[in-house]
Design a protein. Structure first.
Length: 384
């Protein structure tokens, strides 16, 4: 029996770990289009650009780890087609038969018609961008999302002149809402970024242009195979696609979350945990995947962790416990009736466990008001 994983990113690597960790001793084949073994992506826009880590240090495991566990890793190999009748993956290096197949093909940056623009997705992208930043170019970043802001911070710390253009009224407006987005705007302006909001790219003067306007799930392989696709590959609560022999995890999976509904998450933690859950499902464990989304970001002297999922209509329903301007606070998003939908801390590193405990719970709405400090433990005790 052979289990095949298409996608050499973190979800795929985590699935391999879990298959062997659960005692599966059959054949495991990992097919990845990049020439590298699986690696962690968050450092590519953080520590690698800052020169704190080398690109090669981001790997999940070395070649020996996979060899010792009998994993057939095929890097630099592109999956071209899935024959669901024969249960075969056709690659540019031959066919691979499967009993169970996991699609973990990730996402790719949205492209804009900007001549000579660069994008940040891969280890090689990060290596090239780091080398460019050392020349201290005038950098123009199109997009004030997580990647754009993290690169802006790294570039300013490298001494670059940085301009960021963003068509929305605040950075991260579709994620954290206007009030918290304004805090991120202030952070970057205080560090010398020329932040131009409500503005689209119009060929401003720059030596280097980075486009960071989000990502699209790589679903062509799944769509061409006839699997159900809608903003990602549709999977059930156990991460199974419309073909019971095929699962999906990571950036491409639009998951039927038991508590949060249809959800596609493009973050590091989800890739790890969903990859593990998919591996268990390949082995017959149908336990629903219901982990609460989590992500983190580091920009200048600001470190944050975010837990939860806030629907667009509630992204301005936020309570600030602490000092938002000083960036020492805990933020809670709610539904207006006391249910906590999401939480984020700003440089309050002991708050994460309490945030995890609060998200999804209901408290007295009278307690969800701005205050000078966060007593999350009290809120946790008073959930109902």
């Amino acid at each position: 029996m052979t289990h095949v994983i298409v996608g050499g990113g973190l979800a795929g690597a985590s699935a391999v770990e879990e298959l062997r960790g659960q005692g599966y001793d059959g054949d495991v084949v990992l097919v990845g289009a990049e020439p590298h073994l699986p690696y962690h992506r968050p450092p590519l826009s953080k520590e690698v650009l800052l020169g704190k880590d080398e690109p090669d240090s981001t790997g999940v495991h070395d070649a020996g780890w996979y060899a010792e566990r009998g994993v057939d890793v095929r890097t630099g190999t592109t999956a071209r087609r899935i024959d669901r009748v024969r249960q075969v993956v056709e690659t540019d290096a031959g066919e691979v038969a499967y009993e169970r197949l996991l699609l973990a093909t990730g996402s790719e940056p949205r492209r804009l018609p900007v001549e000579d623009a660069v994008y940040l997705r891969t280890r090689d992208d990060s290596r090239a961008l780091r080398a460019a930043l050392l020349q201290q170019p005038r950098l123009l970043i199109v997009g004030a999302g997580w990647i754009g802001l993290e690169v802006a911070a790294a570039a300013r710390l490298a001494g670059c002149e940085v301009t960021v253009v963003e068509p929305q009224a605040q950075p991260l407006l579709g994620v954290v809402g206007a009030r918290v987005g304004a805090m991120f705007a202030d952070l970057h302006r205080q560090h010398g970024v020329d932040l131009r909001l409500g503005t689209s790219y119009d060929e401003q003067e720059a030596d280097l242009v980075l486009v960071a306007v989000g990502a699209e799930p790589r679903v062509d392989l799944a769509r061409d195979a006839g699997l159900d696709v809608d903003n990602g590959v549709l999977v059930d609560a156990a991460l199974r696609t419309s073909d019971p022999a095929i699962l999906a995890a990571g950036d491409i999976a639009t998951h039927d979350h038991p508590r949060l509904g249809r959800l596609r998450v493009e973050h590091w933690d989800n890739a790890i945990e969903q990859g593990k859950a998919a591996a268990r499902a390949m082995l017959g464990d149908e336990t629903p995947y219901e982990r609460t989304p989590y992500f983190f970001t580091d920009q200048y002297d600001l470190g944050t962790e975010y837990v939860g999922h806030v629907p667009r209509e509630h992204r301005d329903d936020v309570v600030v416990l602490g000092d938002l301007a000083a960036r020492r606070a805990v933020l809670l998003w709610h539904d207006g009736a006391g249910r906590v939908l999401g939480g984020m801390h700003l440089n309050e590193w002991d708050a994460t466990d309490d945030l995890r405990a609060l998200v999804g719970q209901t408290v007295d709405p009278a307690l969800l008001v701005d205050g000078p400090e966060a007593d999350l433990a009290q809120l946790v005790r008073r959930t109902r």
